[in-house]
Design a protein around this ligand. Structure first.
Ligand code: ADP
Ligand code: MG
Length: 478
């Protein structure tokens, strides 16, 4: 019997606001434990929340980018539960009226769309550490109250690959929009994976399990694989899948039961009395919409379709906004010249490694974009060979960022010679030096042109411009 895998995600995105969701405490990652905490984060009696406008802006920005309907009137609720890293005894979240509804995202490199059920705003809890002290659990409340967006998808995924592709697209998008650093290692992007299986052809959904807090794509893959096999084995042996929350054990690559799924009423959700509804004006939404840059998917398509770049190049060039915008800028300067592939090669093979090694975004590269286009033109015109350009002129330009590439190449003696006088003289000397080869060539061994070109390069110290040199040699050999 074959089975189909069904997956839905609940993704937590930590927002890159300076302060927390409901108070002015520092929201940045790290810091000595319990230093980003005021009376509000500590939930002292009588403290009151005040909503961070930036968090609302970020939620709206993501919602618009994902084609969600922006809820003009959203509200906050209390989700009540007891845990030591949640001093208030409830999480402030949006249950009944979340800020974004619907929407969808296309998977990277595919036309398959994953529908989004809704996105809501909430706050993070503190962090419990059970492995720092032999006796006690330690609690760091720096993270308590940091704003999160929870993206809840429809159960539209059919494989771990689709999940990985979606997470990669979400990470690229939140970074692109400047609303989160999207860093999975630091927990800025976490996901709960809901998994069920059903027999092929079955239309109803199977019973699902939720695997909590899978914090890397590699683990998500392994957790899904394990869980799918576990559920299929259960069903095949006549058992039932129980709806429950499970954890993933990294060491063994297995999932284990944490608790039976809490029914929603266990949390006793009720409206948060201390926060008024969030009422969004049309003007506020329009301003945010106007500020959204062209999205990665659009630029990726433009690179691929308008500029006819290979899909792999288009994907690499749109991994981050800075690189993509830089590429767009170079292509604009190149104008009508068909330079897309050379521009792409220059960025992918040379400029991105330079940016990585120096920690400088491409937009801050000291060499002007127009100088890079001139650099590519010099290769195209044969003024400098591609290998000399990349090996010698490229680093020279970065060391002398203000210099004119032409002047710099001349100063370094890198220019190829298309000067016929100079090349004719070398060609004549060569033919005189190798009469046997000339004779062989004339008898039909045309491949010897390669030999003559090699000698030509040697004699000119690599400066012979190949097209002119070949033409001069062929004329003489006839
Ligand atoms: P709850 O309210 O219990 O959290 P939801 O209906 O909100 O449940 O769904 C939570 C997540 O589980 C969503 O991402 C949804 O896509 C996913 N999901 C729901 N049913 C299934 C199923 N049968 N198989 C896989 N995922 C599912
Ligand atoms: Mg849920």
């Amino acid at each position: 019997m074959s089975y189909e895998t069904i997956i839905g995600l609940e993704i937590h995105v930590q927002l890159a606001t300076r302060s927390k969701a409901f108070c002015a405490d520092d929201a940045s990652f790290g810091g000595a434990p319990n230093t980003h905490v005021s009376a509000v984060s500590l939930a002292h009696p009588g403290t009151l929340p005040r909503l961070n406008l930036k968090a609302v802006e970020y939620a709206t920005r993501l919602g618009l980018a994902l084609g969600c309907e922006i809820n003009r009137h959203s509200t906050f609720d209390r989700k009540n539960y007891f845990y030591a890293d949640l001093p208030k005894g409830f999480q402030t979240t949006q249950d009944k009226n979340p800020i974004c509804l619907g929407g969808a995202l296309l998977l990277q490199g595919s036309e398959a769309a994953i529908r989004i059920h809704h996105i809501h705003l909430e706050e993070d809890a503190g962090k419990s550490m059970h492995d720092q002290d032999p006796q006690d659990s330690l609690i760091d409340l720096n993270r308590a109250g940091v704003p999160l967006l929870e993206i809840v998808t429809e159960p539209d995924f059919r494989s771990a690959e689709e999940v990985a592709s979606f997470m990669a697209e979400i990470r690229r998008l939140v970074r692109w929009l400047g609303i989160s650093d999207g860093n999975m290692e630091e927990g800025s992007l976490r996901c709960d994976v809901n998994i069920s299986v059903r027999k092929s052809g079955e239309t109803r959904l199977g019973q699902r399990c939720e695997v909590k807090n899978v914090n890397s794509m590699r683990f998500a893959r392994r957790a899904i694989e394990f869980e799918v096999n576990r559920q299929i084995e259960l069903l095949e042996s006549g058992g039932n899948v129980e709806q429950e929350t499970r954890g993933f054990d990294v060491g063994s690559g297995t999932t284990y039961s944490l608790r039976e799924k809490e029914n929603a009423h266990d949390y006793r959700y009720f409206p948060e009395p201390d926060l008024p509804p969030v009422v969004l004006q049309e003007r506020f939404i329009a301003d945010i919409k106007a500020g959204i840059p062209p999205l990665p998917r659009e630029l990726e398509r433009e690179f691929e379709i308008t500029h006819r770049l290979p899909a792999r190049d288009a994907a690499l060039l749109t991994q981050d906004r800075d690189t993509a915008f830089y590429c767009t800028r170079l292509l604009e300067i190149a104008g009508k010249k068909d330079f897309a592939k050379p521009v792409s090669n220059l960025i992918i093979n040379k400029l991105l490694p330079w940016a990585d090694s120096t920690g400088t975004p491409l937009s801050e590269c000291p060499v002007a974009p127009a100088a890079w286009i001139q650099f590519l033109e010099m290769i195209e015109n044969g003024q400098v060979s591609a290998s000399t350009a990349y090996q010698r002129l490229f680093p020279a330009l970065l060391e002398n960022p203000g210099a004119d590439p032409g002047v710099l190449a001349a100063g370094l003696n890198l220019l190829q010679s298309a000067d016929s006088g100079f090349l004719e003289q070398i060609a004549d000397e060569l033919l005189a030096r190798f009469p046997d080869k000339v004779a062989e060539y004339k008898k039909g061994k045309k491949g010897l042109i390669g030999f003559f070109m090699g000698e030509m390069m040697k004699a000119s110290q690599g400066k012979a411009e190949p097209k002119t040199a070949t033409r001069l040699l062929e004329e003489r050999l006839k």
